[in-house]
Design a protein around this ligand. Structure first.
Ligand SMILES: Cc1ncc(COP(=O)(O)O)c(C=O)c1O
Length: 370
């Protein structure tokens, strides 16, 4: 057995896509595969998504887009985060669809596209209240945004392929702010179109919006977390989403310690009786959070083994007193999508699910199973 491995279950990814298709009834899917497909490995994830019929993708940065083009992805890819002026030429060279939120950037892209003799696709990013990037399409800002977008649409080598916005609080049904954002988006788009700008496709829905606001589904939807099963599986039990990533290691030593013995750095755990302790050969250098010290647990032979003492950089210890069959070489489940789900681990230490999967370090090899 390898020291530690993340297993990426492509069958679960496909299973989740089928559920999303059922929920979004005909809206095209833009799969969010930024941050190396939320730590799952974008170069392996995108072919699996394509097998499910997905033909649109979005990533965060230009370099992620270039990597995917070099890995063979030919479909439209939206770059969600800004690209610096010096790199805009590469954007055109790799035919990546920048999310644009300023006329100035669009003009620069247009120059490179003209030199290359191509029509460069861009996606209009509209700010409806997230106050991140985007042309502001509400209140007194709308008029100036329409003016800029109109000028942008008249650039000879730019083609607007879609317009979108992003919700600030879509998982809070009581807040009501998503409704305000959605109304601002619809009104903004209507006015931009009235000004003579062609916008073929619209999209607003991310994971919470797909689950909680079916009424916001437009031509396209943009799922991220939900593709990888990164949500409270218990809350959404009725849909049967599955986590795509599991994480395994093995026991390298089991030993008995006497009452009063302490475990690990800082002596933060003290045995109240004779205990059987198993050592595991990974630690926070592998991305296994130090915050799990004396809080988290692993699963061995289908039973829970609590972490005792601090998680070290390359090792940590668990209590296997109640698992008498545990011995050197046995499999240990660090994440299993069930007894120790990503969501549960995140909850234990007050983190976001994305932080758990993105935290797994490069030192942990990934194995892809169909
Ligand atoms: C613009 C945009 N759309 C969609 C998503 C996907 O969101 P989620 O992971 O909640 O589905 C993100 C993620 O941050 C995003 O930035």
């Amino acid at each position: 057995m390898k020291r530690t491995t993340c297993t990426i279950h492509l069958d679960n990814l496909k299973h989740n896509v089928e559920i999303i298709k059922g929920l979004t009834k005909g809206s095209e899917i833009i799969a969010i595969i930024k941050a190396d497909a939320y730590g799952h490995g974008a170069a392996k994830i995108y072919p699996a998504l394509k097998e499910c019929g997905i033909e649109n993708f979005a990533i965060a940065t230009l370099s992620e887009g270039i990597e995917l083009r070099e890995a063979g992805l030919k479909d439209p890819v939206i770059v969600l985060v800004d690209t610096q002026d010096d790199d805009l030429k590469k954007l055109v060279d790799y035919n990546l669809t920048q999310a644009v939120f300023s006329l100035d950037t669009a003009e620069k892209i247009n120059e490179y596209a003209k030199e290359k003799g191509v029509k460069q696709p861009v996606a209009l990013k509209l700010d409806t209240g997230m106050s991140r990037v985007g042309f502001q399409v509400y209140g007194d800002y709308l008029e100036k945004s329409i003016e800029d977008i109109k000028a942008l649409s008249e650039l000879s080598n730019i083609e607007i392929t879609s317009a979108f916005t992003h919700f600030a609080n879509a998982d809070d049904l009581e807040d009501g702010f998503s409704d305000i954002q959605f109304e601002r988006f619809k009104t903004g788009v209507e006015k931009i179109r009235e000004a003579g700008v062609t916008i073929p496709k619209l999209h607003v829905s991310n994971t919470p919006s797909i689950l909680l606001h079916p009424e916001y589904q437009l031509d396209m939807v943009r799922p991220g977390d939900i593709l990888y099963g990164l949500l409270d599986l218990k809350q959404w039990e009725k849909y049967n989403f599955k986590e795509v990533m599991t994480w395994e290691t093995y026991i390298d030593l089991v030993k008995e310690i006497p009452e009063g013995a302490t475990v690990g750095y800082g002596r933060t755990y003290k045995a109240e009786g004779v205990r059987r302790i198993a050592s595991l050969p990974l630690g926070f250098a592998d991305g296994y959070s130090r915050a799990l010290s004396n809080k988290g647990y692993v699963v061995i032979h289908g039973k829970i083994a609590p972490i005792v003492g601090r998680v070290c950089m390359d090792q940590f210890m668990v209590d296997v007193t109640d698992i008498p069959e545990a011995k050197r070489g046995d499999e240990v489940k660090l994440l299993d999508g069930d007894m120790i789900s990503i969501y549960k681990m995140a909850e234990l230490i007050g983190r976001d699910v994305d932080e758990i999967v993105l935290g797994v370090s490069k030192r942990v090899p990934k194995v892809y199973v169909k």
